[in-house]
Design a protein around this ligand. Sequence first.
Ligand SMILES: [Zn+2]
Length: 217
Amino acid sequence: MKSGKKETNINAIKDISERIVKAGRELHDQGLVKGNSGNISAKIPSTDTFLIKPSGRRMENLKPEELVLVDLQGNKIRGETNVSVETPIHAAIYRARKDVQAVVHTHAPTATAFGIAKTEILPLQIELFMLLPNGVPIVPFKTPGSKALADAVQKKVADHDAVILENHGIVTVGSTIAAACNLNEMVEEAAKIQFLVMMLAGRDAVNLAELKKKFKT
Ligand SMILES: [Zn+2]
């Protein structure tokens, strides 16, 4: 590697680390993560590597130097800490989606409840419809950290920027860290609104085919 390129990578790693730490605090402040749950990662531009939150650490007090650098197979390249247990999901998404630069996984409570109730989150508001026209599908339950879970998420994320993991949580992706975090927040908000609509008007009040008809006219 030429020294100029190496220098660029060091600067990029520093910059992305700081952005991840800031985003981690925001995810915590929004109530999307509790305890040491959830994880976040971001690609180092123009490389086949990404930085990810270490295992067992709380999102709100991460330090830039604790983040772990891994390759697209999920192997650790640099870092004193252990990688997040869900690293295979992040690596599988980056391998499948070249446009994705950041992945956020949380146990956002309302959206997670939808996964337990086996109810997909629908884009009931026009803003969410623009972002997620097909809603948020559910990936059937697989053991956390397993290759089976990573494979199942990779398949669904091929054409969805947000998915629910049954009896587990949600995963959102984006072309920036801010976009992936924003989508996580929006999916949780959408779940809250859908819950209220279902309480007020019943489960059958929401229907994807009708939404598509309404928003496309
Ligand atoms: Zn999880």
